[in-house]
Design a protein around this ligand. Sequence first.
Ligand code: CTP
Length: 404
Amino acid sequence: MSLQGKHIVLGVCGSIAAYKSALIVRLLIHEGASVRVIMTPDATEFITPLTLATLSKQPVSVDYFDPKTGEWSNHIQIGLDADLLLIAPASANTLAKMANGLCDNLLTAVYLSAKCPVYIAPAMDLDMWKHPATKRNIALLQSYGNQIIPPGNGELASGLSGEGRLAEPEDIISFLQQQSRNDSKQQPLLHVNALVTAGPTYEAIDPVRFIGNHSSGKMGYAIARRLQNLGATVTLISGPSHEIVPLGVDIIKVHSAAEMLAACQHHFESSEIVVMSAAVADYTPSEYTDQKIKKKEDVLSLSLTRTTDILATLGQQKTAQQTLVGFALETNDELANAKSKLARKNLDFIVLNSTNDAGAGFSTDTNHITIIERDGQEHRYELKSKDDVASDICDRILAHRNTL
Ligand code: CTP
């Protein structure tokens, strides 16, 4: 995979190597990327914004806003729009700010807002590069998932010679290309839309009460996270859950089964992979009382009505190109019940977990599953963390997609 069509934000810091950013812009544009340059105020002392704006054919931003026109550079939007953020040269000062979350200029604010892969090409004098503080900052940045493009060895602006020189622009471009190739191998679901449901649904009885269940959403959130790591564009439709939404996943929060159905219907057609792990209520109060129900008689009866089975509805609409996965949480006759759901709901496979297994089911951090395929094949797995279970389920999805 090349850099063709990528939106690259190039951050330029105050370093003598800033002059090399002109060549970096040229090479990126030559590769078919669009480049938006952001400079730190110090960088403008080394190379003018005019040079980089001319080469990149886009205005260069230095400050949050232009004091003459009031035009605002929306750092959040710049960060979100980028496919890749390259900071070259990255000075010791900017590295330190990024490592510690400081954002006193536009570039560091864009860095904090960006959700895309970040590549950092440091440039500094050899003793600054060797200093434990810089080493620590580099380690911190790597722990955030940022990639460091190693500096070269050679003549430095100080007249000394050693490690710390900005990597050559051609080597920076090769590094990005190599990385893109690796990413597409590790991301077999790049450009694939996936839909995941998670958590419980809450069916309102009156303004203060509902019927719900103990689902935490952990399993569905882990699946969304794993699908996203594999490169998929993930929409997560979640009932009430305290789980943290994975970075980059589109979240749609719902309460009731009816709301979940509507959101699923909206996204189903455009999704090639659909994993329904939500614990959807099978019944909802027949009537909603818009004022709090006061206690009167000793016995109160609620009338409940069946909700629509979302999974079965989608199963009827499913095309041969879509992979549809359901869950079955059973207390008895586990295999027979799961197999019947697999057929009835027209699924590609079903993930069975039993309440009889220790460590399986709701609210735990682990799960113990069996996957049953359409042709009757059964895959039994050990008790694992929900993250590892999510990997197993996604591996099965990949294997199934290879048979399509
Ligand atoms: N499901 C759904 N919509 C519903 C009920 C369930 O989409 N109204 C989905 C769940 O997300 C899960 C699968 O159906 O993927 C099985 O859910 P489960 O509650 O185990 O099965 P039910 O079909 O409700 O069957 P039963 O209550 O008889 O066990």
